[in-house]
Design a protein around this ligand. Structure first.
Ligand code: EPU
Length: 313
């Protein structure tokens, strides 16, 4: 069921009569392991409204707009800041839910307001950036408000005073610092490492990068001196899950039609013949191998949906 007008939301939900439902953007971060028995709801609120404040571009964007098309639109209108987040699949409405991030930028930096319809209170509401409780691949929409709201639009505040973010990985090689150069580089890097979901089935990073105590990290360093990490706070670091999975030799390994991507160990692919059962098998094998070798519990980043709703890995 596609909903185009925010005012119609309650009437459409009433029609469901309390039956199970799942809200889906473009499906780029969801894997249906088998046929879902409930109703799939697709918010299709569209449009981009641009306002100018003294210091910022303020863009109010419909939740159904495609994320990458918004980044492109900004580049075409010389609104710079979102270029590091080019080519992330999915919709604008999904972006704040998991606080999309790549190449040193997370969307929380640009969120001014998220408008949503609260299904239990039957009213339209909004949250500012702080109210969204953003963290790494996390927000209030995955916790307290999970499955209770439909995001209708997201308002971004993009500073007019643009600053390049080129401290992450491959971007460090950049000397010409225009936003378009960064945009082009991010597109190039993503296309070279990540399989295009339109061509080979995948949902991006399957696992989140685990955040561990410095204590555990120190112990792991004794056995694995080259283990990479990113600082989080004074007590914790984030470890690339891809590195852990890679060390255990999973790259290129397959169970039926489901495989661990040869160029990015964090991505699980389906050649078209894979089943939900095979995906669970490979993901669980990886998860338990990482636990026994590194004492780290991996969490899936992708949403797994079975016949009756969410499935726990
Ligand atoms: N690495 C390996 N083996 C691999 C891939 C990576 O050892 O097969 C190691 C390398 O040490 C590398 C490090 O992992 O330096 C980090 O790899 P990469 O830069 O590819 O990023 P990532 O941590 O694996 C995260 C996001 C991606 C995002 C990139 C770039 C998560 C779960 N994933 O991946 O987001 O594009 O950084 O910023 O945080 C997504 O969420 O779907 C996604 C693709």
């Amino acid at each position: 069921m596609s909903i185009e007008v925010a005012e119609d939301l309650q009437a459409q939900f009433n029609e469901l009569n309390n039956a199970a439902f799942y809200i889906l953007g473009e499906g780029s971060n969801t894997v249906f392991l088998e046929d879902y028995q409930g109703t799939v709801i697709k918010p299709a609120f569209m449009g981009i409204d641009l306002e100018y404040t003294e210091t910022h571009y303020r863009l109010k964007v419909g939740a159904g707009e495609n994320w990458h098309q918004l980044v492109l639109w900004c580049m075409q209108h010389q609104i710079y800041g979102l270029e590091n987040l080019a080519l992330i699949p999915g919709t604008v409405g999904a972006a704040p839910i998991q606080n999309i991030g790549a190449y040193g930028v997370e969307i929380e930096q640009f969120i001014y307001q998220v408008d949503y319809y609260d299904l239990s209170e039957q009213s339209h509401k909004s949250l500012d950036s702080q109210g969204c409780e953003f963290a790494y691949r996390d927000s209030v929409f995955k916790k307290r408000l999970a499955d209770k709201v439909v995001i209708t639009s997201v308002t971004f505040a993009v500073p007019k005073n643009w600053q390049a973010v080129v401290h992450y990985g491959e971007l460090k090689e950049l000397f010409e610092l225009s936003a378009i150069d960064i945009f082009n580089k991010v597109v190039e890097v993503r296309q070279s490492k990540l399989p295009d979901p339109a061509k080979i089935g995948n949902a991006g990073s399957f696992f989140k990068n685990p955040i561990v105590s410095k204590d555990l990290f120190g112990k792991l360093q004794q056995t694995w001196p080259s283990i990479p990490s990113y600082p989080v706070d004074t007590d914790k670091v984030k470890i690339p899950a891809a590195w852990l999975i890679d060390q255990l030799g999973f790259k290129g390994k397959k169970i039926g039609g489901i495989g661990c991507h040869p160029k990015q160990a964090l991505v699980l692919t389906n050649d078209g013949s894979g089943t939900g059962e095979q995906l669970l098998q490979l993901a669980r094998t990886i998860k338990s191998a990482v636990l026994s070798e590194f004492s780290i519990v991996l969490e899936n980043e992708v949403r797994l949906i079975g016949k009756n709703g969410p499935v726990i890995l």
